[in-house]
Ligand binder design. Structure first.
Ligand SMILES: Nc1ncnc2c1ncn2[C@@H]1O[C@H](COP(=O)(O)OP(=O)(O)OP(=O)(O)O)[C@@H](O)[C@H]1O
Length: 325
């Protein structure tokens, strides 16, 4: 891991508690847009984003590569400033001392000093944060059997993720933003990591937004979903509600396809489709129906996105993969 100028940039943020407005969403976007400018020209990474993520929940932030997930985290933590609109943390505009004090960010590359021991790293970050829970941070490290005397550079990817989580949690944030924290963890450590996170949510009334491409891990741990595509909000809502308002159907491919199909595909003579049923669960026609998992719902919407892209590029498969979101 390369040495970086500052471990956990957000750890140096103003250590001031966010006086959370009661009932204020943990994270809210109002007409939020961000445009990168480069030599190649300007490009919108996020546009017209409107959402309110409820407090005390674990929100899954999902979307294809380049959808704008990291950009959203950077806007929420004031590493970037909106080109248009605004983003708020517990009702406070991102970048204000109240917002900065209430949010901790675990970045994808988890910047840490490799030559420091774990203990030195915790002490360094504790000095930068008045509101620091040293025991809580150490407990998270110890739960992973990581010696405090170990040099960060000698830790595995999963162990570094745990140390970075301890640094973020030590700041006692109201909102924790995790950018693909599961990417370098093996399945057992992933399960353990999500268990630690869920316990923290319950014990500390923490709100979490977690970006991930690992959909099965989201299934049992996330209770709210935000799906981004091409910098726009494609889907947002309570996980149970999303399961209840979609239905999986299977049947003969030569049957007329029902309304509100999110995504359909054929295999031989069989058609399988994800349909928005608005909660009734009923689909007219001769179809076998099944309740979808959250993964089914997200895959359906992600595939719809991929197919729409392929169609636009003239490369859509010639099967019945038509999609209507
Ligand atoms: N520094 C930059 N300069 C110009 N464009 C950028 C920059 N960083 C990101 N982008 C572009 O902004 C868009 C959103 O990028 P972002 O990293 O937010 O996506 P993401 O959803 O986090 O992707 P991934 O899942 O691959 O991590 C992409 O089109 C990306 O190419």
């Amino acid at each position: 891991m390369s040495e970086s100028p500052s471990p956990t940039p957000q750890a140096a943020a103003t250590p001031q508690a966010a006086a959370a407005t009661p009932q204020a969403p943990a994270l809210r976007a109002r007409g939020l847009g961000f445009r990168f400018r480069s030599r190649a020209g300007a490009r919108w990474a996020l546009r017209d984003c409107e959402f309110a993520l409820p407090a005390g929940r674990i929100t899954a932030l999902v979307g294809p590569n380049g959808a704008g997930k990291t950009t959203l985290f950077h806007l929420a933590t004031d590493l970037l400033r909106p080109t248009e609109g605004a983003v708020e943390v517990f009702g406070h505009t991102a970048g204000t001392p109240e917002a900065r004090g209430g949010v901790a960010f675990l970045a994808q590359d988890k910047p840490l000093y490799p030559r420091y021991t774990v203990e030195e790293t915790l002490r360094l970050v504790s000095r930068l944060n008045k509101r620091w829970d040293h025991k809580g941070a150490e407990d998270i490290v110890r739960a992973g059997d990581i010696p405090l005397s170990a040099r960060v550079g000698t830790l595995s990817g999963g162990e570094r993720t745990r140390v970075a989580l301890a640094l973020a949690m030590g700041r006692r944030p109201g909102l924790l933003l995790l950018d693909e924290p599961l990417a370098d963890l093996d399945p057992l450590v992933r399960e353990e990591f999500m268990g630690t996170l869920m316990a923290e949510v319950l014990d500390r009334e923490l709100s979490v937004v977690l970006s991930s491409h690992v959909l099965p891990d989201i299934e049992h741990s996330c209770d709210y979903v935000l799906l981004l595509k091409d910098g726009h909000i494609h889907l947002a809502g309570d996980a149970d509600e999303l399961r209840a308002t979609h239905t999986l159907i299977k049947g003969r491919a030569d049957h007329p396809v029902p309304d509100h199909v999110v995504h359909a595909r054929t295999s031989g003579r069989q058609l399988t489709a994800l349909v928005r049923t608005g909660g009734s669960g009923t689909v007219p026609g001769d179809w076998a129906t099944e309740s979808p998992t959250l993964e089914d719902v997200l895959l359906g919407h992600l595939r719809a996105h991929a197919t729409a892209d392929a169609s636009a590029a003239g490369t859509a498969p010639s099967t019945a993969e038509g999609a209507a979101a």
